[in-house]
Structures are given as structure tokens and as C-alpha cells.
Design a protein around this ligand. Structure first.
Ligand code: MRU
Length: 366
């Protein structure tokens, strides 16, 4: 996608191969800065500190982390260490483990001297595939938006999204936002309600930033506003991304997604989840029982950061002094609340049979 007329991906190798470059998402929306990753530790830090975030991008960064590690030491021990370090960075998005398993399976049988180049090539392939996959998700989701727009017969198609499942969360295009970009580019009058997504505000800071850069009309709303808007017929459909989708279609996504799905269900608003193959955890059925939910720092709840009127980044406490806070980073939306899953292979009901039909080779964990 483009920023200021310049095409960008979220992660790419430097032209001279000396580093991996990423967009520093902790600085957005106030500054567009890139960050150089040159070591395994820097890649792991970028994921942990959320310089990069979003399930597919976490996976891509992990693949590059292994490639950076293999440049220094391509022994079995170094490979195992890299996989363990990167695998421990964030617990919920299964794309991380998908990417690490893919790279490890490729590298393990190779002799050490071959591993560095093979890991580099694998990271490039994972990034290219992610971009193509997200584009395909957009193409499969576009007809749903086109039909909904036709049915509406006038006025913008109002779409609600939660967190950031756009190109900043992936290598390019995004998952939930990919159909929206394609619809906008096709001349369909779309308008997006962007949940601010407390506590880290990925909606207000990242989704609004990228929709704005692409010229997509949008309105940031407080997280608690979605139910009210749905009750009053102001939301035509919801599309969110996913960090882990189980074999039966339960969906983990940013905290607050479940409440939006409940409100959508109660108001008969279609609730779509867009995801790539790499987000499916074939080993799990019951997402509520099985998906590990990241518990993040209480400080993200008790404090807020932003740009002060004099242009400085500032952090202030908003909670009562002395009060503690809990901060689960994700929640699980049961499949019964999901209208359909939009994948790179097509649109399917959120059911075991639906996913198995789309991915016949992967109904069991390999
Ligand atoms: O904590 P984050 O910012 O990594 O969470 C991101 C999300 O929850 C996204 O909705 C999800 O990764 C879908 S990515 C296309």
C-alpha cells in the first residue's frame, strides 16, 4: 500500500542485505519511521514491544528473525534457540508458530552452510505469499460488500471493524481491510466505523491512519458505541481479523471483538471474520477453552499515551491512583456468532465442515 505516494510493505530486506526494515508501529500515527532489525534479539524485541504487530506480520517477522540468526550461527543448537526465543514473544497469534514451524521444517534437514540462504529465501517467500493471500482475501470478500451495497440501495455501506487488521497488521493489503480497499477502489461507496480499540488504540491510531492514507471515509468511535450504532441501523456489516481460528471456526481476535459479535448477532448485522490459512490452528476445536490469551501490562489500562498540544509524546495516568487493572489482550468469539469466514480460498461458514472443505489437506495438525 502507499504512504505519501510511495509503495510500502510493512517488512522488507534492505537493498544491501544488511538488515530487515520494518515500519515502527509504536510511532504511528504521529511519525512514519522505519526500524532496522539486524539480529535475532532485535527481531524478537520488535515483536514483543509491538514495533510490529498483527498476526500475519508477527509470523513474517519471526521468519526473518530465524534468517538473521542463521547468518551468525547455523548450527542445530542456534536454530533451536532462535525458534524458542521467537516462539515465546507473544502467545495468541498462531501465525507466529506457523511461520516458525515452516522455516524449521525446511532448515532442519539441511547442512548448516545451506541454512542461511534457505532461511532468507523462506522469509521472502512467506512475505510474498502473505501479500498474495491478503489480496485474495480481498477479492473473495469484495462480492459480499458489493451485494450488501446493492441491497442497501443508496447511501454508503457502513462497515464496522475492530483493532487493526489492515496492511499494517500483515505484509500488505490486510485481512479485514482488504475487501474494503478493493471495494473503495472499485467505486463502491464504503464508510468504516473504526473502533478505537482500547487499551492500545490500534483502531484509532493504525486503522484510521491507513484508511486515511488510502482515502477511505471513516469515523473513529469509542469501543462502547458499536452496539448503539447497530441498534439504530447504522452498521450494515462488521469485518474483523483473527489471531487464531480453531478448526471449528471459533475466532480469537483483539479484546472486545466478542462484544461486537454479540451486538451484531442481536441486531442481525452480518459479522465476518477475514483470515489467511496461517491463522488456523487445526489442533484446537473449542477456542474459549484452548486458545492462550495474552495478559498484558496493567499500565496499558491505567495510562494513556498520545501527542500533547505542544507536539510532544506524553503519557498520563487516567485511572484512580492505587487501583489495579487487568488487561487481557484478546477474546474468543464462538463460531455460532460468525456469519462467515473470508479466506484466500473463498468464503465459508464458520464450521468444521466449512473449513475442512476449503482446506482438505489440513483438517488435522501436521
Ligand atoms: O495486539 P495486536 O495489535 O497484534 O492485535 C492485532 C489484532 O488483534 C488483529 O485484529 C489481528 O492480528 C488480525 S491481523 C490481520
Amino acid at each position: 500500500m502507499q504512504i505519501g505516494g510511495v509503495p510500502y510493505r510493512t517488512i522488507w530486506p534492505a537493498a544491501d542485505g544488511s538488515a530487515i526494515l520494518v515500519i515502527d508501529q509504536t510511532k504511528l500515527p504521529f511519525a512514519f519511521e522505519t526500524c532496522r532489525l539486524t539480529t535475532l534479539d532485535e527481531a524478537a524485541h520488535a515483536i514483543r514491544s509491538m514495533i510490529v504487530r498483527g498476526a500475519p506480520l508477527i509470523g513474517a517477522t519471526a521468519a526473518w528473525g530465524v534468517a538473521l540468526a542463521m547468518r551468525v550461527d547455523a548450527s542445530d543448537a542456534a536454530l533451536a534457540h532462535a525458534i524458542t526465543e521467537l516462539g515465546a514473544t507473544r502467545p495468541t497469534a498462531v501465525n507466529l508458530h506457523w511461520a516458525l514451524e515452516r522455516v524449521e521444517t525446511l532448515l532442519r534437514p539441511l547442512a548448516a552452510p545451506q541454512r542461511s540462504q534457505a532461511a532468507w529465501n523462506a522469509a521472502i517467500a512467506i512475505c510474498d505469499e502473505d501479500a498474495a493471500t491478503c489480496r485474495a482475501i480481498g477479492e473473495h470478500g469484495l462480492p459480499l460488500l458489493r451485494e450488501a451495497f446493492k441491497r442497501k440501495n443508496g447511501g454508503p455501506l457502513n462497515i464496522l471493524t475492530h483493532c487493526n487488521a489492515g496492511w499494517l497488521a500483515c505484509v500488505d493489503y490486510g485481512t479485514a481491510l482488504a475487501p474494503i480497499y478493493l471495494a473503495h477502489d472499485a467505486g463502491i461507496d464504503v464508510h468504516v466505523f473504526v473502533d478505537e480499540t482500547r487499551p492500545r488504540n490500534q483502531g484509532a491510531s493504525l486503522t484510521a491512519y491507513e484508511l486515511g492514507a488510502h482515502g477511505v471515509p471513516h469515523t473513529i468511535i469509542a469501543d462502547n458505541a458499536g452496539g448503539h450504532l447497530m441498534q439504530h441501523g447504522q452498521v450494515d456489516l462488521c469485518i474483523v481479523g483473527s489471531d487464531r481460528t480453531t478448526a471449528r471456526g471459533d475466532v480469537a481476535n483483539k479484546i472486545g471483538t466478542y462484544l461486537k459479535a454479540l451486538a451484531a448477532f442481536d441486531n442481525k448485522v452480518p459479522f465476518y471474520v477475514a483470515l489467511p490459512f496461517s491463522t488456523i490452528d487445526w489442533s484446537l476445536g473449542d477456542g474459549v477453552a484452548g486458545i492462550p490469551i495474552e495478559e498484558r501490562s496493567a499500565r496499558e489500562v491505567t495510562h494513556m499515551s498520545g501527542l500533547s498540544d505542544n507536539g510532544d509524546m506524553t503519557t498520563v495516568r487516567i485511572a484512580a491512583p492505587g487501583s489495579t487493572a487487568a488487561n487481557p489482550g484478546f477474546d474468543v468469539t464462538p463460531a455460532r456468532l460468525v456469519t462467515a469466514l473470508i479466506t484466500e480460498r473463498g468464503v465459508t461458514p464458520a464450521t468444521q465442515a466449512g473449513l475442512a472443505a476449503l482446506y482438505p489437506q489440513r483438517t488435522r495438525q501436521s
